[in-house]
Design a protein around this ligand. Structure first.
Ligand code: GDP
Ligand code: MN
Length: 361
């Protein structure tokens, strides 16, 4: 789950990383209450979950006099389509230099990897593209609490040594918070020391319980419901609903939809041994998605029995057309039940997907 900047900064602060003084407001006038705490030169930052926020107009400079009207402007904006409901008002740091530091997992070596760039800021992607050594990387032995000095020197190159402490602390955040990503861009030097001017933290969804995060905000309401039922469910934005059993078969169904130039609305793996109730629930779940015009059910009967599946589909009785491909245990019974209730059952997944794509058009 992605945290917003102000949440990540609070965590960074608790781990000893310097962050600018700031306050979160949800109304422009609220700023007036806090100005004397923050100072005269300000940065106003929309708390929205988008990359390249600064370039999209989500970061504005202001001073005491212009703070309220600047905040009003920010609240009225849409940043890459997202409304601004909260703004972080911060003291403006007198930045000497902007660096980039990012910690993530390197899947190939199964180790944390730390990336560091001498020229951080909003153009880091371009800098990394233009010059092969603009960003250096080191792999960290997972058993170590700190980056060993020789690796830190390799990472920093000619950058000031005083950055090392913040990088180690960010690494502690990464480990302690079960993060998939911990990033500061820009990490800045100022006359008063090193500061995190921005903060990004993504917590591994599998660790939310350990991290005492009750609700995964990155999931839609429907995705949370599905999770409760033990489905693997992801919304994809298209108009063809997909129900499969097993991740492989469900992925193949998505691939086929793409192959026939359709757009899948979702990924939904009902898992093994899906019974009548679960299938009924899955069909209803997709039917409730506004964009869905047709639903493809592609199930292999093993432990799952095709007649149970057929009954589940009939029970759901949704308004959208449901196109079914069932194979395996009790296939003939399943076919019979579906036929009796006017459902289309096709023999191959190619036929089922083709029919669904045509219907969705
Ligand atoms: P992002 O676009 O979402 O990554 O937003 P950032 O928080 O990284 O801010 C974008 C840019 O605004 C930074 O790279 C800085 O150049 C500038 N900026 C942000 N905070 C400050 C600050 O406190 N002082 C100064 N002088 N510039 C800042
Ligand atoms: Mn940034």
């Amino acid at each position: 789950m992605k945290l917003l900047e102000y949440e990540a900064k609070l965590i960074f602060h608790n781990h000893g990383i310097n962050v600018p003084k700031g306050i979160l407001v949800s109304k422009d006038e609220e700023i007036l209450l806090h100005l004397h705490d923050i100072g005269n030169q300000l940065v106003l930052k929309a708390q929205v979950d988008v990359g390249g926020r600064g370039k999209a107009g989500g970061v504005l400079m202001a001073d005491e006099e212009t703070a309220v009207e600047t905040a009003r402007e920010l609240f009225s904006r849409k940043i890459r389509g997202l409304s601004v409901t909260r703004v972080l008002i911060e003291e403006r740091l007198p930045i000497e230099h902007e660096y980039f530091v990012s910690i993530t997992l390197d899947r190939a070596s199964k180790q944390p990897v730390i990336l560091f760039g001498d020229t951080g800021g909003v153009d880091i992607e371009k800098a990394a593209r233009d010059s092969a050594d603009a960003v250096r990387r080191i792999l960290v032995m997972p058993l170590l609490r700190n980056v060993p000095a020789f690796q830190m020197r390799e990472l920093l190159g000619d950058a000031p040594e005083e950055l090392a402490d913040s990088i180690n602390k960010l690494y502690h955040v990464f480990c302690d918070k079960d993060a998939l990503l911990a990033e500061i861009n820009p990490l800045v030097t100022t006359p008063a020391g090193v500061y995190a001017a921005d903060a990004k933290l993504i917590i591994d969804d599998n660790s939310l319980r350990r991290q005492k995060i009750a609700v995964n905000r990155d999931l839609s309401r429907r995705e949370r419901e599905a999770e409760k039922h033990g489905f693997s469910y992801v919304e994809l934005g298209g108009n063809i609903g997909v129900i499969g059993n097993g991740a492989g078969l469900t992925m193949s169904t998505l691939d086929l939809i793409d192959h026939y130039h359709g757009k899948a609305a979702n990924f939904l793996d009902v898992g093994g041994g899906a019974d009548r109730k679960r299938v009924c629930y899955a069909v209803k779940l997709l039917s409730g998605l506004e964009s869905v015009k047709v639903i493809v059910v592609n199930l292999l009967g093993g432990i799952t029995r095709c007649d149970e599946v057929a009954k589940g589909i009939v029970d759901a009785g949704v308004s959208q057309q449901v196109i079914v491909r069932l194979a395996g245990t009790n296939e003939a019974e399943g076919r019979k039940i579906l036929a009796e209730h006017g459902y289309k059952m096709l023999d191959t997944m190619e036929d089922a997907v083709k029919a669904a794509v045509e219907m969705a058009e």
